[in-house]
Design a binder for this molecule. Structure first.
Ligand code: ZN
Length: 288
């Protein structure tokens, strides 16, 4: 199944929902970032969460999620746009943590304390920034906490990344259900019951269940209309002019240091790991 996201709206306007499969994308991220299993799961959850929270973006709008916790991973960052392009990076890709009660220690890898930042560029004068303290450091609950407290939208977020013993990702995805203003109150216990009865998300994805089928399980009996399907894929927007601009921003002195140190300076994009090479002459031309 190709990575994609589906969106839907209930016919009575009570709720909207999105679900995504991101297995290929998260495996690509693992290979690019060189993450260990706990880091793969943490970054995979955040990038999948970005796809879900970004499902209402339009045109040139963009969304970014950053988690900065006290654990060994340091900072995790994910970005998306309206066309389903995603990228993500983690400062320390190896958590080095042992299993905890036989499971990957995601909370330990992220750290029990820290901040979740949400940035949205909606094409307005100023980008929107929201920040909350980490709620459980499991990522899904943190995003739901952010949506409920900062955006006042009661939301359920589920995220799942399954890593095989060799480190490869065999299933990744998630879903988001949001109650809209004026939602029928009887939906709350109904959804709670359905969520409690839902098999693990990664099990469903491994069995080949599509995002729409997962939503149908949760929303059966509720009339809804599909709002379309978005293909999800990795894309990095980095470019040589962008890296040149970043170098220029370092200032003349720092550029001179770089020029003196090496014959050639290599700057590697933190997202796609593409190396950009600058000769001494090129650094000089940038003002060093
Ligand atoms: Zn890049």
């Amino acid at each position: 199944m190709k990575d994609h996201l589906v969106r839907l709206l209930s016919d009575d306007g009570s709720l909207r929902a999105a679900a995504a499969v991101t297995t290929t994308l998260i495996e690509q991220l693992r290979q690019r970032q060189g993450t260990d299993p706990a880091a793969t799961v943490a970054l995979g959850r955040l990038v999948t969460g970005a796809a879900l929270l970004g499902c209402t973006l339009k045109g040139e709008q963009r969304l970014a999620l950053t988690i900065e916790g006290t654990g060994p991973l340091g900072k995790l960052h994910a970005e998306t746009d309206a066309a389903g392009h995603l990228r993500g990076t983690v400062r320390q890709p190896v958590s080095g943590l042992p299993l905890k009660h036989g499971r990957l220690d995601i909370v330990g890898a992220i750290g029990r304390a820290g901040l979740l930042r949400v940035s949205k560029d909606l094409g307005l004068k100023e980008p929107y920034h929201g920040v909350v303290e980490l709620h459980t450091s499991e990522v899904a609950e943190d995003l739901a906490w952010y949506l409920a407290t900062s955006e006042q939208i009661p939301s359920t977020v589920a995220l799942g990344v399954y890593v095989e013993p060799d480190g490869a990702v065999s299933a990744a995805g998630g879903f988001l259900i949001q109650l809209l203003p004026g939602a029928r109150q009887e939906l709350v216990p109904l959804l709670e019951e359905r969520l409690a009865a839902l098999p693990p998300l990664t099990t469903l994805l491994q069995q080949g269940e599509a995002p729409l089928q997962i939503l149908q399980r949760l929303l059966s009996g509720i009339a809804f209309t599909s709002q379309g399907e978005i293909p999800l894929s990795f894309r990095c927007a980095c470019s040589r002019p962008q890296v040149s601009q970043m170098l220029q921003g370092l200032g003349a002195e720092e550029l001179r240091h770089l020029r003196q140190r090496e014959e050639e300076t290599a700057i590697t994009c933190e997202f796609c790991k593409h190396p950009y090479h600058f000769s001494r002459e090129e650094l000089a031309a940038l003002g060093g």
